[in-house]
Design a binder for this molecule. Structure first.
Ligand SMILES: Nc1ncnc2c1ncn2[C@@H]1O[C@H](COP(=O)(O)OP(=O)(O)OP(=O)(O)O)[C@@H](O)[C@H]1O
Length: 326
């Protein structure tokens, strides 16, 4: 069943163009010139119930604009949207009971209140009874290990603790779809890992559909089975994580530490990425040359160390971004 269905979604903004300097500022007031920016351009996609989807792209690709339309904050110029069978533009209030949102860069919680008071407040907004709120707080407090901070004002919490509370607040009404926009931004690696585990758990235990945007490759790699990449408002790739990796993993990185600079292997399929003193990095296209063939071409007596690794997902995604603008 499709939790999110989108077809031919488009949104254009009219933006004032300002020339440089004081003259430009004056001209912009009296004789404004406008340009149109196609933030979202004919996007179609379907997210199944319980799916954990990464919706990613470079800055300005149209991710936030899409999320804003899916959550009813912005009206599309064109296209069809259904989130849990609700049209966000027509029934925004009804939709609010079905969805939760977490914006890593924006606080939703009242900072002078404690997490407990915030959760009570959010529960009341969603028309839960006192009993339902208490049960839900108890459940989430345990899952998210909030016991020790329940009565500390939010402004005194660390960023990681606050993000955990933000997620709990967005879950108080048991939303069926959760929109997470950069949920781990600014967090240290240990806390990031902890937040990712909680997101996974929530998805597994409650079958919550998760629509995640993040610039953090770790979030994408560890959480999502499917990736949708947008650039310039278009979807440039919609594929499973496994397929993306399989497709790109025919390239390997070979890093060598040599005793002394010598002749490097050359052949079709071998690209020299870096050569600095005795450190060499090669990219191998294994559809053209096998790793064993490459190794045969390296003087073993001159080698101190060798590492063979897959191309990091980060590089794969950058390559996809670049290819999409050619
Ligand atoms: N309210 C607005 N008025 C004018 N232009 C806007 C507005 N909101 C977004 N845009 C433009 O639409 C395009 C898409 O912006 P959007 O914020 O959706 O990108 P994004 O993919 O979320 O980027 P980021 O990763 O930087 O958050 C950009 O060119 C942006 O400048």
């Amino acid at each position: 069943m499709g939790a999110i269905k989108v077809s031919n979604l488009s949104k254009t903004f009219r933006v004032k163009v300002k020339e440089k300097g004081l003259k430009g500022s004056v001209k912009a007031i009296f004789k404004p010139v406008y340009k149109t920016v196609k933030a979202v351009d004919d996007i179609s996609l379907q997210v199944e119930k319980g799916e954990l989807l990464a919706f990613i792209g470079p800055n300005g690709a149209g991710k936030s604009t899409t999320i804003k339309m899916l959550t009813g904050i912005l009206y599309p110029d064109k296209g069809y949207i259904s989130v849990m069978d609700i049209c966000p533009t027509k029934k925004r209030k009804r939709l609010a009971y079905k969805i939760g949102t977490v914006f890593g860069q924006k606080e939703q919680l009242w900072t002078h209140l404690t997490p407990y008071d915030n959760f009570k407040f959010f529960g009341a907004i969603y028309d839960l009874t006192d009993g339902e709120i208490e049960t839900r707080i108890k459940e989430l407090k345990e899952s998210f290990e909030l016991d020790e901070i329940m009565n500390t004002p939010v402004r005194n919490l660390s960023l990681g603790q606050r993000i955990r509370c933000e997620i709990v607040a967005s879950l108080i009404h048991r939303p069926e779809v959760l929109f997470l926009d950069e949920p781990t931004i600014g967090l240290d690696p240990v806390v990031k890992e902890n937040i990712r585990e909680l997101i996974k758990k929530m998805n597994k235990e409650y079958n919550t559909t998760i629509f995640l945007t993040s610039h953090d490759i770790g979030d994408i790699e560890k959480l999502c089975k499917r990736i949708v990449i947008v650039n310039h408002g278009h979807i440039v790739l919609d594929d499973s994580m496994d397929n993306i990796k399989y497709h790109y993993l025919n390239k390997k990185i070979v890093e060598l530490k040599l005793k002394e600079t010598g002749e490097l292997p050359t052949a079709s399929g071998i690209t020299l990425l870096k050569s600095k003193g005795s450190n060499v990095r090669l990219e191998i296209d294994t559809t053209k040359i096998s790793i064993s063939e490459v190794l045969k071409r390296i003087d073993a007596d001159n080698m101190i160390d060798i590492t063979i690794s897959n191309i990091p997902l980060e590089n794969i995604i950058t390559e996809i971004y670049k290819a999409s603008v050619k």
